[in-house]
Design a protein around this ligand. Structure first.
Ligand code: GLN
Length: 480
């Protein structure tokens, strides 16, 4: 979904309201940049082939054959002769050309932006926090290394909510990022820098992380596509952790085909991440072509209740009508534990965050207060000055739900409910190929509009279920 004022601002793009679907190939073709790159290679190959054919024609028997052909007395013999010669002489050239193309790294020369929680050797990594100010990554995250290997050009780091906690990128300790479609509105969060950079045509691809919606929601609010892969599909090694059992790295792009390209390059088992999924990576680009449906789609009724903005609901309805017109069978389904998703998420995510963030103590990474009175003073003042209000709120909440006496009542119970939520999805997926839901309950809101933390937490209502269940999900634009 995008800001309301966007249609007038960019007539070449359809007005969009994103929804959450899984495995629906919505192919718009490649980005201009990739297309141009490939066109150039193809043109060069074509010129080389024509040159060789011309050279051959002028110096051999084929010239005679051509002479007959062009003089209007083309006979079958001539055609066959020409075909044999063409195959004999040109085929190896074309073959060599296509082999060379196949051998090119898949993202050769493509600029990519990285959310500023991905370690990239020799560059500052702040995770949007003052506490990491001055920290320079001594190594590449697996995702950064794989992008480089795939030929991508990493052009910069993108802004984010501090430690990926937020839905608007207003909680970055450094800068606020705005929505390129309407500068008074937020670009979503926490990966809002990545979504804004892609939507503003600064880069065709960017990387984000999604713990409870931080790829899909900003993709939705800026009118681009964003993918949260299955948990474990993309390595988390070298990513600043928020909530380890929910975090997943994924791409932003302007087309689904580009998402498929980049996912193919970054996915795959990594022995340095113990939760990495040890399976072969499919050829996603090819699968988009071969698995076009029609799909059996489910609409979870719990996702269309109170709190859903009518503009968003209408856009999703239009998308459903579109899929129906493409022959998809659409039926209503139920995910009965949806009402517990938000509570469950905010217990598990804060618990894991409080544990992960314990490492920022002023000793090992980044910022340290000057002239501490003693070690306790060093820890306390570094953390008090280094963390922002939202991060502190979550550390306090997480420490509370993990503390003895409350562990069983909150954390353990939340884990049990999480299992029920996952089972809801698994049951429904026995009958349908994909689910359609809104991504965000509301269109892009204005900066400063949501000052109440709970109002901000409600932005995740439709995205956090799949994180709790470990499932993949994509947000694609859906309105005009
Ligand atoms: N907005 C959610 C939160 O603040 C999700 C963030 C995320 O996915 N990183 O926790």
């Amino acid at each position: 979904m995008r800001a309301r004022a966007a249609a007038a601002a960019a007539p070449e793009r359809e007005a969009r309201t994103a929804m959450l679907t899984y495995a629906i190939g919505d192919v718009h073709g490649r980005t201009d940049l990739l297309a141009r790159l490939l066109d150039r290679v193809n043109q060069a190959l074509a010129v080389a082939c024509i040159g060789l054919v011309l050279a051959y024609r002028s110096s051999s028997n084929l010239a005679a054959a051509y002479g007959i052909a062009v003089s209007g007395t083309m006979t079958i013999t001539t055609v066959l002769y020409y075909e044999v010669m063409r195959i004999r002489w040109n085929w190896p050239i074309w073959k060599a050309g296509t082999d060379a193309l196949d051998a090119l790294p898949p993202l050769l020369g493509v600029p990519v932006g990285l959310k500023d929680l991905v370690n990239l050797e020799g560059t500052p990594t702040t995770a949007g926090s003052r506490i990491l100010e001055g920290y320079v990554s001594p190594y590449d995250a697996t995702i950064a290394a794989r992008l480089k290997q795939a030929g991508a050009v990493i052009v910069g780091k993108t802004n984010m909510d501090e430690f990926a906690m937020g839905s608007s990128t207003e909680f970055s300790a450094y800068k606020k990022t705005v929505n390129p479609w309407d500068l008074e509105r937020i670009p979503g969060g926490s990966s809002g820098g990545s979504s804004a950079a892609v939507a503003a045509y600064h880069v065709p691809l960017a990387i984000g992380t999604d713990t409870g919606g931080s790829i899909r929601q900003p993709a939705s609010l800026t009118g681009i596509v964003g993918l949260k892969p299955m948990y474990g599909r993309v390595s988390r090694y070298g990513i600043v952790a928020f909530a380890s059992s929910l975090d997943q790295v994924g791409p932003f792009a302007r087309t689904v085909a580009d998402l498929a390209d980049v996912l193919g390059a970054i996915a795959g088992h990594d022995e340095r991440d113990s939760t990495s999924y040890p399976a072969e990576v499919p050829n996603y680009l090819a699968e988009i072509e071969t698995r076009k449906g029609p799909w059996k789609l489910g609409i979870p009724k719990e996702y269309f209740g109170a709190g859903l903005d009518p503009e968003v609901a209408a856009a999703v309805e239009r998308a459903v009508a579109f899929y129906r017109s493409q022959g998809c069978e659409v039926s209503e389904v139920s995910l009965p534990h949806t009402q517990y998703c938000l509570d469950t998420y905010y217990i598990i995510a804060t618990a894991e965050a409080s544990s992960n963030l314990a490492r920022y103590d002023g000793i090992r990474f980044g910022r340290r207060v000057v002239d501490p009175a003693d070690i306790d003073d060093l820890y306390m003042r570094t953390r008090a000055e280094g963390f922002g209000a939202e991060v502190k709120r979550r550390i306090i909440l997480g420490t509370y739900v993990l503390s003895s006496g409350y562990y069983d009542a909150y954390y353990l119970r939340a884990q049990k409910v999480r299992t029920l939520i996952r089972e809801d999805f698994l049951k429904v997926y026995q009958d349908v190929d994909a689910l359609i839901t809104p991504t965000s309950p509301v269109p892009a809101f204005k900066l400063g509009e949501k000052s109440d933390p709970l109002a901000m937490y409600l932005c995740d209502i439709y995205t956090i279920g799949v994180n709790l269940a470990g499932l993949p999900a994509i947000s694609v634009p859906s309105a005009s």
